[in-house]
Write a protein that binds this ligand. Structure first.
Ligand code: NJP
Length: 235
């Protein structure tokens, strides 16, 4: 018996990296999936609803949610994962990247929840999981705006935990440290940087999400922090 058989999930930022690993992991547990990303990749997952969706655009999210609910008859799990990053001195951050960090990570997360929530409240076992960051738990050097955006996500999900508990919706922040993906490539990360080798894999985060989603319904996990063993003790 698959552990999440028949549940319906929407994953944003599902086309690669952490979101793709989450989607594949949930599919293997019997979850029926809506996969949102600008590229609209279906990852080859049979039966998945995949279409181009930009989380900066509420109408695009509404259409994505509607397509998922129309196909599967409801929505039980929302994984707010789409995100962008950029590293460097605060004043060096180009204006367009500043805007994108706020638009995708902050406004995109808010728009995503707003689009999905009317359907989540109808589920008898709903879940909101936000892939936030260690950068949403403490200030880190050379990622001030990214930190600000991730603190916003953590605050959003923590506040919603209070508001949505009466509807039986569990709200969790999953806060990874470095994960080896395309994230922030060309914006402070490069493919040849040695630190990538010591970072976590997308699957590590996906299995953490699966753990959160498979807890008994008598409790909820508010936050999970996971960090690579290779980081320095002052990192
Ligand atoms: O990043 P990456 P990760 N609308 O670049 C999508 C957090 N995190 O998997 O639109 C819709 O491989 C994009 O798809 P596409 C991080 O902050 C990471 O590492 O087709 N989708 C792709 O599927 C983020 O919240 C690390 O280009 C949009 C995905 O997002 C989450 O983990 C550490 C979009 C990005 O895939 C996933 O990041 C940490 C838009 N406007 C937290 N813009 C880390 N990797 O080290 C992008 O603490 N996407």
């Amino acid at each position: 018996m698959k552990r999440l058989d028949g549940r319906v999930a929407l994953v944003t930022g599902a086309s690669r990296g952490i979101g793709a690993a989450i989607a594949r992991t949930l599919a293997a547990e019997g979850v029926r999936l809506g996969l949102a990303s600008r590229s609209g990749d279906d990852l080859g997952i049979a039966g998945a609803v995949a279409r181009p969706c930009d989380v900066r655009d509420p109408a695009s999210l509404e259409a994505m949610v509607a397509a998922t609910v129309d196909r599967f008859g409801g929505l039980d799990i929302l994984v707010v994962n789409a995100g962008v990053g950029a590293y460097g001195p605060f004043l060096d951050l180009p204006a367009d990247q500043l805007e994108e960090l706020i638009d995708v990570n902050v406004k995109g997360a808010i728009y995503t929840v707003r689009a999905a929530l009317p359907h989540l409240v109808r589920s008898d076992a709903a879940e909101l999981v936000t892939i936030a960051s260690e950068a949403g738990r403490r200030g880190l050097p050379f990622e001030a705006v990214y930190c600000a955006s991730k603190f916003a996500q953590v605050g959003l999900t923590r506040a919603l935990d209070h508001e949505l508990r009466e509807h039986g919706i569990r709200c969790t922040n999953v806060c990874p440290g470095g994960v080896a993906t395309d994230f922030a490539m060309g914006r402070g990360r490069t493919p040849d940087m040695p630190q990538l080798a010591g970072m976590m894999a997308p699957q590590d985060v996906a299995e953490t999400v699966l753990f959160v989603l498979t807890r008994p319904r008598n409790h909820r996990i508010l936050e999970v922090a996971l960090r690579p063993m290779t980081e320095t003790s002052w990192g």
